[in-house]
Design a protein around this ligand. Structure first.
Ligand code: SF4
Ligand code: SF4
Ligand code: SF4
Length: 312
């Protein structure tokens, strides 16, 4: 950004208005009426055995570097608490059971696909969108790498692929969008050997979760995490232990975009319209990204001119 020259500055100003308009439409997108048939996935932590096959399947389905499945039986990975990152869109962690004579509790973590996603309302170019089916997906062609979604997400889910020097990207669970459009189950759900992950219509998944809690009231606490939290989420959890102790944060029931909007109003107090601020910052990042891509393209052209590395 420090190399922004006069020509780039005028390009920035001209593009600012366009991006501001796109930003406004992305906020509207977050309020879209969801389909009654939208998806829900239940994580039943009483059934999960911590095999981490879901981690392996997720990486494989997204063409991420994937160690052999056998290596996932190494339990030393549970020594440290892990978060999803650019190489693993979902991870499983182990927690002690309150009753030490019982088996540990395993909790899978990924994007929650919030009903009112803060990441969508924070994205100034509409790169993140909420679908009628409840999934939150993103368009890498629109993403300018501003990382506002990372700041806005209360689950701290979107990660940034810093290892890609040219054109790094935001990454998170996409609810296996490509697999589902070809009629398949999400990879993690399909592989789970214990049916710890229940995929279906959100209302139906909720009904099953309530039944399980009622039937085994000595096992589960009477709470479905994600039914109401921050306005509801597509992924939901049942467990025998307070969710905060399983690192599922106590967030209240107010949708998170309302909180982001309050922050934006705070910026107004300094007489800087936030959309303008975001638009200018975002446009500068877009130009930087574009310039990096142009440099990369030029390098590719040079290689071809030399006759080296050309594909036959
Ligand atoms: S968990 Fe975070 S990244 Fe996922 S939909 Fe919600 S706000 Fe967006
Ligand atoms: S739904 Fe797909 S992208 Fe999301 S955690 Fe499961 S396998 Fe990964
Ligand atoms: S594959 Fe199923 S049982 Fe295994 S860790 Fe994942 S959710 Fe748990």
């Amino acid at each position: 950004m420090k190399n922004l020259n006069r020509r780039d500055f005028f390009k920035t100003a001209a593009l600012g208005a366009t991006i501001a308009t796109l930003g406004a439409s992305s906020v509207k997108g977050a309020e879209k009426i969801l389909s009654e048939n939208r998806i829900g996935i239940l994580v039943d932590t009483d059934v999960c055995v911590g095999c981490r096959h879901c981690e392996w399947a997720c990486r494989t389905a997204h063409n991420l570097p994937t160690p052999d499945l056998e290596t996932y039986s190494d339990n030393s990975v549970f020594i440290e608490y892990r978060r999803p990152d650019a190489t693993a869109l979902t991870v499983v962690n182990e927690f002690e059971n309150d009753n030490n004579s019982l088996l540990p509790i395993y909790v899978k973590t990924q994007c929650m696909h919030c009903e009112r996603p803060a990441c969508v309302s924070a994205c100034i170019v509409g790169a993140l969108t909420k679908g009628e089916d409840g999934s939150v997906i993103w368009d890498t062609n629109k993403c300018i790498g501003c990382r506002y979604c990372m700041v806005a997400c209360q689950f701290q889910i979107p990660t940034y692929d810093y290892d890609r020097s040219i054109d790094p990207q935001i990454r998170k669970c996409d609810l296996c969008h490509d697999r589902r459009t070809s009629g398949k189950l999400p990879a993690c759900v399909e592989i789970c050997p214990n049916e710890a992950l229940l995929f279906g219509k959100r209302s139906e998944v909720l009904r099953v979760a309530k039944n399980r809690i009622k039937r085994k009231s000595d096992v589960y606490i009477d709470h479905i995490y994600g039914e109401q939290e921050i306005g509801g989420t597509s992924w939901m959890y049942i467990a025998g232990k307070n969710f905060e102790k399983l690192k599922l944060p106590p967030l209240g029931n107010s949708p998170a975009p309302g909180i982001s909007e309050s922050i934006q109003h705070g910026i107004f107090a300094y007489f800087v319209p936030p959309v303008t601020l975001y638009a200018l910052l975002g446009t500068m990042m877009w130009l930087t990204k574009r310039r990096n891509k142009d440099n990369d393209d030029n390098e590719n052209v040079d290689v071809k001119k030399d006759g080296k590395g050309e594909k036959s």
